[in-house]
Design a protein around this ligand. Structure first.
Ligand code: FEO
Length: 396
C-alpha cells in the first residue's frame, strides 16, 4: 500500500516493461508509471486511472484500499488513453459516480469511449467539497492536451498535475526523496523536451497563474513517475527555466554517413568546437535514440546536422529527427549543416532549409566536401567548428 498522506493513496500501475510510448515515438528506457490517486474523505474520490493493459493491476491496487463500488467521484484530469484507459472497466463498478472533466475533457473522453457517464464539467476555480477538504480545479490546456487540468486538494496541499511535472520512470518508491534524483531529474527534462516544449509559452503562463494563487503546495503528484515531496517547487522552477528556453554553452552534432566521410567531418567539426571551449556531443542518428538526442538538443545552444548527399537528397535516417525539430519548436537555437558528396552535393542546402523551417537560426552557410576529406579539408572542418563556436557564443 502506497500512501501520500493518511487518507491519500497511490493506486496506479507501475509499468516496468514499456520502452516506448506514444506508439513508438518516445523512448522510456526506465519504464513508466500511470499514477492514480484515491482520496478518502466524507466522499471517496479517485483521480485519474491508468493505461488499459494495466487495468487489472490498477483495480487490484484500488480494491486493497477501498470497496470500488463506494467511490463517489472520479476526476479525469486528462483524457489521453494512458490515463483514461481503465475508465470503462472502473465505471462498470460505479455507473452512477460523478465524473469531473474539463469542457475539452468531456469531448475527449466521450470521443474515446462513447459512453454517457454522469459527467460534470468544471472550469478553473471551481471547487467541490468532499468533507474536511475541497478539490479545486485548474484548467491547464496543452499541458499536455487541450483537455488537461490540475486538481488541488486543500488541507493536504497536494497538486495533482497529471502530465505536467511527470517523468517516465518506474520505481518501487513513489517519492523523489526515495529515488536517485539524478535519474529522475534527467527523465523530467527528457519528458519536457520531447513532450511539452511546443507549449512553453503556456507553461510559463500557468506557473505564473499558480504562483499568483499563492496556495501552499506540499506535494506535486503527477500522473507519471515519482511524486515531488522533497522541495516540490524545485520542479516548478525547473519548468520555468526550461520554458524560457535558456541553453547551455554546448552543441550537438547529429549526422549519418554512407561510407564514413561525413562521420569524419563530424569528428573534426567537433574538434574545432572543443578547441573553442564548447562542450559537444556527436550522435549518429541511425544508431542513436531519437528522444535522447532531442533531450540533448534541448539543453544545447547549437545544433549541427550532417548528411551525405544521396539521390540529390539526404539520408532518410535524418528525417525523424528533423520532423521533431520542426514540431517541437525549440527556442533560440542556432545551427548549420555539413556533409560529404560525390557529384551533386545538395545535402547541406537541404538541411539548411530544414533547420530554417524549424526556426533554428542559421549562423554559417555550411560546409560540404567531395568524397573523403584529406588532411587539408579536415583542417577546414576544424575551422568550421571554431567559427561556429564563435558565432554561437555571440548568440548566447
Ligand atoms: Fe500521459 Fe498526455 O498523457
Amino acid at each position: 500500500m502506497k500512501k501520500l498522506r493518511d487518507e491519500v493513496y497511490w493506486v496506479g500501475a507501475t509499468d516496468w516493461i514499456v520502452r516506448h510510448i506514444h506508439g513508438n515515438e518516445l523512448s522510456t528506457h526506465r519504464g513508466s508509471t500511470y499514477n492514480s490517486y484515491l482520496v478518502k474523505d466524507e466522499k471517496t474520490v479517485l483521480i485519474d486511472t491508468v493505461w488499459e493493459p494495466l487495468t487489472d493491476r490498477f483495480l487490484e491496487n484500488l480494491s486493497e484500499i477501498t470497496d470500488i463500488s463506494k467511490i463517489d467521484y472520479v476526476v479525469m484530469n486528462h483524457g489521453e488513453p494512458d490515463h483514461s484507459g481503465a475508465l470503462p472497466a472502473l465505471m462498470e463498478y460505479i455507473p452512477n459516480a460523478t465524473v469531473f472533466v474539463s469542457k475539452k475533457g468531456l469531448e475527449s473522453i466521450q470521443k474515446h469511449y462513447h459512453k454517457e457517464w454522469n459527467f460534470k464539467v468544471v472550469s478553473t476555480g471551481d471547487k467541490i467539497n468532499i468533507g474536511k477538504n475541497n478539490l479545486v480545479f485548474i484548467e491547464a490546456p496543452m499541458l499536455h492536451w487541450p483537455d488537461s487540468m490540475f486538481t488541488y486538494l486543500t488541507g493536504e496541499n497536494i497538486l495533482f498535475s497529471n502530465d505536467a511535472f511527470g517523468q517516465h520512470y518506474a520505481s518501487s518508491s513513489i517519492f523523489n526523496d526515495e529515488v536517485d534524483e539524478t535519474e529522475v531529474n534527467q527523465e523530467a527534462l527528457k519528458y519536457y523536451a520531447n513532450i511539452l516544449t511546443p507549449f512553453s509559452r503556456l507553461v510559463t503562463k500557468k506557473i505564473d497563474e499558480l504562483k499568483k494563487l499563492g496556495v501552499p503546495v506540499d506535494m506535486i503528484a503527477p500522473a507519471h513517475g515519482i511524486i515531488w515531496r522533497k522541495d516540490p517547487m524545485m520542479i516548478v522552477e525547473k519548468y520555468y527555466e526550461w520554458a524560457a528556453g535558456k541553453s547551455n554553452k554546448s552543441a550537438v552534432i547529429a549526422y549519418n554517413s554512407m561510407w564514413g566521410a561525413t562521420h569524419k567531418m563530424a569528428e573534426f567539426i567537433g574538434k574545432g568546437l572543443g578547441e573553442a571551449g564548447i562542450e559537444y556531443k556527436i550522435f549518429n542518428v541511425a544508431t542513436s535514440d531519437k528522444s535522447d538526442v532531442l533531450a540533448e538538443v534541448f539543453k544545447a545552444k547549437g545544433i549541427i546536422l550532417g548528411s551525405s548527399t544521396v539521390n540529390n537528397g539526404i539520408l532518410t535516417s535524418l528525417l525523424p529527427l528533423i520532423e521533431d525539430l520542426i514540431g517541437l519548436k525549440f527556442n533560440e537555437k542556432v545551427g548549420a549543416a555539413f556533409g560529404s558528396y560525390g557529384w551533386s552535393g545538395e545535402s547541406t542546402d537541404i538541411i539548411t532549409d530544414y533547420l530554417t523551417k524549424a526556426k533554428i537560426k542559421i549562423i554559417d552557410k555550411g560546409i560540404k566536401l567531395k568524397y573523403m576529406p584529406n588532411d587539408e579539408e579536415l583542417e577546414e572542418c576544424i575551422t568550421f567548428g571554431k567559427n561556429f563556436a564563435e558565432k554561437m557564443l555571440e548568440e548566447l
